[in-house]
Design a protein around this ligand. Structure first.
Ligand SMILES: [Zn+2]
Length: 335
């Protein structure tokens, strides 16, 4: 069940570009909708792949490349069916904000959604209940967003109940994607991301981080273009000749890997993305800038690892994530 409607017929061959409409009765538009761009490009036999961008509205490399596919791809070039949703949280994208301005909700924390909930919950329910059942594979393009510097990566969501065959397909897709890191994660125990929900349904899925800091990275756009083409090749959906992937380093986020701020202030990190640190190493200084005589507080890493993400904003509140560390996945757990 969903209130979302579209003129696009998912069963038809060929290329269709249009919108999915989520009814929204607002003060300035009693009978209006949220219009979410949507395209289907289908031809012959083959798998169905869903690609989403702008699940977070301040991450742009994904929407740029998905829109490029919508403009450039002809149905004859595709084997199977591509479902392309470049601006999954359209209100958030239009506000250039991580969360929707309509309900302050994060589309990557409300799956499986609620068809009668807030707009963001309704979008999640539509993706979960209408799009996922059509699909064989799912690729979700992210870019860290305004608050993160983050190493280029493809994340494979792994939970205890995940079917090993599904995990194998997801990891093969991550290898083809060819990001610098492949991060095996349970998303700190939170299953409410789109990829977490997809994995629960047995849909092989990866979520990629291809830029950072609410900006558009030229390198990120280029590498997303090549990575998406490699996934399409890998699934037998398209024959292109993208630059080949270099082997991806397989890592996981260990317990204690997320360094949280012990207090309020302005954080000065002393390490950079990709650095290797040891337990007890200095992570940075928490300053109280409006109190010049106050000594800054030293903040230390609790475990060893490689710096995967860092907070972009200087100003910091107690509990904010200052950095996330990853460690190499033990050989026996690697795909
Ligand atoms: Zn994101």
């Amino acid at each position: 069940m969903s209130t979302v409607f579209t003129d696009i017929d998912f069963s038809l061959p060929g290329k269709q570009v249009g919108f999915a409409h989520l009814p929204l009765s607002a003060h300035n538009d009693a009978w209006g909708t949220i219009a979410m761009p949507l395209a289907v490009i289908a031809n012959g036999e083959g798998p169905t792949l869903l690609i989403t961008g702008a699940i977070h509205g301040d991450e742009y490399e994904g929407p740029i490349i998905i829109n490029e596919l919508i403009r450039n791809l002809q149905a004859e070039q595709v084997q199977g069916r591509l479902i392309l949703l470049p601006c999954a949280n359209t209100p958030a994208l239009r506000a250039s904000n991580r969360v929707s301005p309509l309900d302050n909700k994060n589309l990557a924390r409300v799956f499986p959604g609620n068809p009668w909930g807030t707009p963001t919950e309704q979008i999640a329910a539509w993706i979960h209940d209408t799009l996922f059942p059509l699909c064989d594979y799912y690729l979700d393009l992210h870019s860290g967003g305004s608050s993160l510097f983050i190493e280029e990566s493809a994340q494979v969501v792994v939970t205890d109940e995940l079917d090993p065959a599904v995990r194998k397909h997801s990891e093969a897709m991550a290898r083809a994607f060819g990001a610098t890191l492949t991060v095996v994660t349970n998303n700190m125990g939170d299953p409410r991301t789109s990829c977490g929900a997809a994995a629960k349904l047995g849909l092989p899925a990866i979520a990629a981080e291809m830029g950072w800091n609410g900006s558009v990275s030229p390198q990120g756009v280029k590498r997303t273009r090549a990575a998406v083409a490699r996934v399409l090749n890998h699934l037998g959906m398209m024959e292109t000749d993208p630059p080949s992937a270099t082997p991806s380093q397989q890592v996981f986020i260990p317990a204690g890997g997320n360094l949280l701020s012990p207090g309020d202030g302005w954080f000065e990190p002393v390490v950079s993305i990709g650095d290797t640190v040891l337990a007890g190493d200095l992570a940075g200084w928490l300053h109280r800038l409006s109190e010049p005589c106050a000594e800054p507080q030293a903040v230390y890493f609790q475990i060893a690892g490689q710096v995967y993400s860092q907070r972009t904003f200087g100003v910091t509140s107690q509990g904010n994530s200052l950095a996330v560390l990853v460690q190499n996945l033990p050989q026996e757990k690697q795909a």
